[in-house]
Design a protein around this ligand. Structure first.
Ligand SMILES: Cc1ncc(COP(=O)(O)O)c(C=O)c1O
Length: 485
């Protein structure tokens, strides 16, 4: 098979077996070992080719109605791509819109809540930094009202029951902290009844944590939110394409965001934002605000068959609609249009269940092999929090036993040095982070990986960690001799 053959595939023929035989369907440099799919996603060549074709077509006449962003934004094409995603996560069509990334989607939700002084946002110690900083920026506003951030502690190993109990205890703690605050601004209950007068608690919950790469019982956590009258915002950045049975209509979180460009093989710059109809009144404006924003002072009601939430986010220009050529400003629509090609390619590979069965088993087996090779352990020993990412401890002196050495600067130097050595000396990419006072790697298992990739990353880490351990044990000036550019 030549590289050029793999820009397309014959839908009538079976794909090659999972593992290295599938590598030619991605554009990786020869010898590059990619164990870091979870960070940025990786675009399959057939999807990339479709994107190139669409880009060229759009550029042939950027203003014509057949070959332009307008064509890309026709109602039919908008429905088609949203419908396919909505089906995968089992949501209604008009409860899903596309945004550029998870950070954007979470900002859309958090910046649309009407905050009152006394409101609380619950996050976790493991919340993704960009999300945590978003929460912080809301609480840093120069003038009230500002929500107060509160953190639950997630330090693994933990049991499922502990995670759920701690979360409920934290909510009760928040509610009990000041008897004068009345947390009666709660999401609508089953009857649609809602009290919006008091204060609110909003919980931002990862479906799958970034570091460590652990799947949380987010459906149960969202259920606790319902029972406690707390708004749930699920950061599902890693979910679509990795987690089966997302089933939003059954789980009923208040908001859910997931990157299609991570595990789902869409082009970078594509995420889904789910807002059930009962909560769409909260999203008064897309971010940024654009043509389809409705002011309370406008007289024109939205078209009867669509929600304004959808119109604000979608790129349309059709007769009778007062929307411009681009939902949230002029932007490349190709990442959104790549969804169809991504789903087709995934179906050719065998579909969601087949892809994820392979990746999950490889994450379990690969994690075990890597831990054996390094003489360490996997973080999730029972496997109950593992989907397609495994976290393995690295043979580096722990922070708890070397607290004097591990200054913030030393930590940063190690992070930089290891990442660089992995890429430049070993041609491998894998996650690398500190959790519970120890150093870990997060390795993602994908359809192009096999067990030998875990062995290779093990060799790389053994050599690199050996060099760093020597410095730590000598109590040396860490930055000396290490290129920290
Ligand atoms: C848990 C989690 N949330 C949010 C994000 C942000 O995703 P993006 O950079 O695509 O906005 C990431 C990215 O890795 C993540 O892991």
């Amino acid at each position: 098979m030549t590289a050029i053959d793999t820009y397309t595939y014959d839908a009538g023929r079976k794909p090659p077996p999972f593992g290295h035989a599938l590598r030619p369907f991605w554009a990786f440099d020869p010898g590059f070992v990619n164990m870091n799919h979870g960070s940025y996603g990786s675009l399959p060549l057939p999807v990339l080719l479709k994107c190139q074709e669409l880009t060229l077509l759009a550029e042939r006449n950027p203003t014509s109605s057949t070959a332009s962003p307008i064509w890309a934004c026709s109602k039919k094409s908008d429905f088609a791509r949203r419908k396919r995603v909505a089906d995968v996560v089992n949501a209604e069509l008009d409860e899903i819109v596309l945004v550029p990334n998870a950070t954007h989607g979470i900002n859309t939700v958090l910046r649309n809540f009407e905050w009152k002084e006394g409101d609380v946002i619950i996050e976790a110690t493991t919340t993704y930094n960009a999300v945590s900083r978003t929460i912080r920026s809301l609480s840093d506003r120069s003038a009230p009202p500002r929500p107060t951030p509160v953190k639950t502690v997630l330090t693994f190993p933990m049991t499922r029951a502990q995670i759920l109990d701690d979360f409920r205890v934290k909510i009760k703690e928040v509610k009990g902290a000041d008897p004068n605050v009345d947390y009666s601004d709660t999401p609508p209950d089953a009857t649609g009844a809602q009290n919006r007068k008091g204060n609110k608690i909003v919980a931002v919950i990862d479906s799958i944590i970034s570091n460590p790469g652990m799947a949380l019982p987010w459906k149960e956590l969202a259920q606790i939110c319902k029972e406690e009258g707390v708004w749930s915002v699920i950061d599902g950045a890693h979910s679509i394409g990795q987690e089966l049975d997302i089933n939003l209509s059954a789980a009923k979180p208040d908001f859910f965001i997931s990157n299609c460009h991570k595990w789902f093989y869409a082009k970078r710059g594509c995420a889904l934002l789910y807002v059930p109809k009962r909560n769409q009144y909260i999203i008064k404006s897309s971010i940024p605000t654009s043509h389809a924003y409705l002011s309370p002072n406008d007289s024109k009601p939205p078209p009867a068959d669509e929600t304004n939430f959808v119109l604000q986010h979608e790129c349309r220009r059709e007769k009778g609609l007062q929307v411009g050529t681009s939902g949230t400003g002029t932007a490349d629509q190709i990442p959104y249009l790549s969804i169809g090609g991504a789903i087709d390619f995934r179906q050719w590979l065998g579909g969601e269940a087949v892809i994820n069965a392979y990746c999950h088993q490889l994450a379990l087996d690969g994690g075990k092999r890597l831990a054996e090779y390094l003489g360490t352990k996997v973080l999730d020993e029972t496997g109950e929090f593992t989907l397609n990412m495994t976290n393995v401890q690295l043979p580096l002196p722990t922070e708890s036993a070397n607290s004097e050495f591990y200054t913030p600067q030393a930590r940063e130097n190690i992070l930089r040095d290891v990442t660089k050595k992995l890429l430049l000396d070993w041609n491998v990419s894998a996650g690398f982070f500190v959790h519970a006072g120890a150093w870990w790697t997060r390795c993602s298992a994908q359809v192009w990986n096999d067990i030998s990739d875990f062995e290779y990353v093990g060799k790389a880490f053994k050599a690199i960690c050996g060099e760093i351990t020597e410095i730590v044990e000598k109590g040396g000036e860490f930055p000396q001799g290490i290129d920290t550019r």
